[in-house]
Write a protein that binds this ligand. Structure first.
Ligand SMILES: Cc1cc2nc3c(=O)[nH]c(=O)nc-3n(C[C@H](O)[C@H](O)[C@H](O)COP(=O)(O)OP(=O)(O)OC[C@H]3O[C@@H](n4cnc5c(N)ncnc54)[C@H](O)[C@@H]3O)c2cc1C
Length: 375
């Protein structure tokens, strides 16, 4: 099994593939396993359980609750404690688990092409040619593995941009903050994720507008907090929030993580769901390769298993995102008054969406625009 990409999805896939008995090679284009792509680096405690990693202090750099702000800047507090991580350290721990399981990892090994040979897959990199029974494409949004194999479909992206700002005077250093509103972040949200008391990731994800304009406006809203702050990191990337693509499995290959669109749409969170996808794909690929069967039909076991829980969550969260993006700011303000912390968690994570929808049915505008769409 060859895994392309050493992000959360690929490293997890390599571990699972190796643990299930397949000779496994992971190819990463960067010179080191690291969070080169920007990320808010916030995740849940459950992510560590799924990845079977201990939340060591050099990986978990911050524990935080969450505040979700409506356009009128009133907020709902979510008490559940999540982790702010050093994602590079986290990925290196995942790599260590994959290596321990027996996977071979090669960095500085950019994949240039993946082709189907007779009964096998041929992977060409900048320096070598490899053969495998199955390729797992975990190479992020705009996957080269996908393109090489004729998969044209891409999950709809949100454009994100994040500044890491140093020398901040944070009002809520113990909380990650999410800001909603059509003036603040059209069809998305803006965030402030503290990394320590004086450093924070300040970012935005939007659709159909230019993110920088909105991010700069957002930063200006917090004159006191960012008065003396300096931007020490300025990066952006696309996040697939349109749900899982229809053709994520083909003869000889499975796409996982951002390559397949396994992000939770409403939150844009993809660390946990891509690890889960990698683990299932690695196991399916290992078993299928040992059965000498790399057909699409055989590899579809990935979708059957992943969709039972994660696929369903992604679909419900997408439904919620589609309904919420039609609300105006007054309706979003009303939601802030009605929804509890648990409701917000369920809605954004695509869990118990029907329960939240029932609660909204008694509010006329929300009933038509939101509740019915969710049900
Ligand atoms: C600004 C921003 C903020 C975010 N914040 C959060 C957050 O706070 N919490 C959260 O859960 N999620 C967040 N996400 C989403 C999260 O980062 C992704 O969903 C997650 O990293 C996806 O993992 P992946 O392994 O599928 O892909 P990636 O992390 O994109 O990894 C893909 C890997 O493949 C490698 N690669 C690509 N092409 C090749 C090639 N041709 N050959 C070899 N290697 C290749 C890349 O170098 C990379 O290492 C954020 C995303 C962005 C852009």
């Amino acid at each position: 099994v060859i895994v392309v990409g050493g992000g959360p999805a690929g490293l997890s896939a390599a571990k699972a593939s190796s643990l299930n008995g397949a000779k496994t090679l992971l190819l990463e284009k960067n010179p080191f396993i690291a969070a080169v792509k920007p990320c808010g680096e916030a995740t849940s405690q459950e992510t560590f359980k799924t990845a079977n990693i201990k939340p060591k202090p050099h990986i978990v750099i911050r524990k935080a609750d969450a505040l979700v702000f409506a356009p009128n800047l009133k907020h709902v507090k979510i008490d559940r404690i999540g982790f702010g991580i050093n994602k590079t350290m986290f990925l290196q721990e995942l790599a260590e688990k994959a290596a321990e399981a027996g996977a071979k990892i090669k960095v500085r090994e950019e994949v240039k092409e993946v082709k189907r040979g007779s009964g096998k897959m041929v992977v060409k990199t900048i320096r070598e040619r490899y053969e495998a029974k199955i390729v797992i494409g975990a190479d992020g949004y705009g996957s080269l593995v996908g393109k090489s194999l004729g998969i044209e479909e891409r999950s709809e992206p949100v454009i994100t941009l994040q500044y890491v700002m140093a020398n901040c005077d944070l009002e809520y250093p113990e909380s990650v903050r999410f800001y909603l509103g059509n003036e603040i972040a059209p069809k998305g949200y803006a965030w402030i994720f503290p990394k320590d008391d004086r450093v924070a990731g300040v970012g935005i994800g939007v659709r159909d507008v230019r993110p920088k304009e909105y991010l700069d406006k957002f930063v200006k809203m917090f004159e006191r907090e960012f008065k003396n702050a300096q931007i020490i990191d300025f990066r952006g990337a696309l996040v697939p929030v349109g749900g899982i693509i229809r053709q994520n499995v083909v003869d000889g290959a499975i796409l996982v993580g951002d390559a397949a669109g396994t992000v939770i749409p409403l939150t844009g969170a993809g660390i946990h769901s891509s690890i889960a996808a990698g683990l299932v794909a690695g196991e399916v690929a290992a078993n299928a390769s040992q059965e000498n069967n790399n057909s699409k039909d055989r590899l579809e076991e990935f979708n059957k298993r992943y969709n039972e829980y994660w696929g369903k969550r992604i679909r419900y969260s997408l439904k919620a995102m589609r309904a919420l993006e039609k609300l105006n700011d007054n309706e979003l303000n009303l939601l802030q008054e009605i929804l509890s912390a648990e409701d917000i968690l369920d809605l954004s994570n695509g869990l118990n969406v029907a329960r939240v929808a029932m609660k909204l049915l008694s509010y006329p505008t929300l009933a038509t625009k939101l509740a019915k769409a969710l049900l």
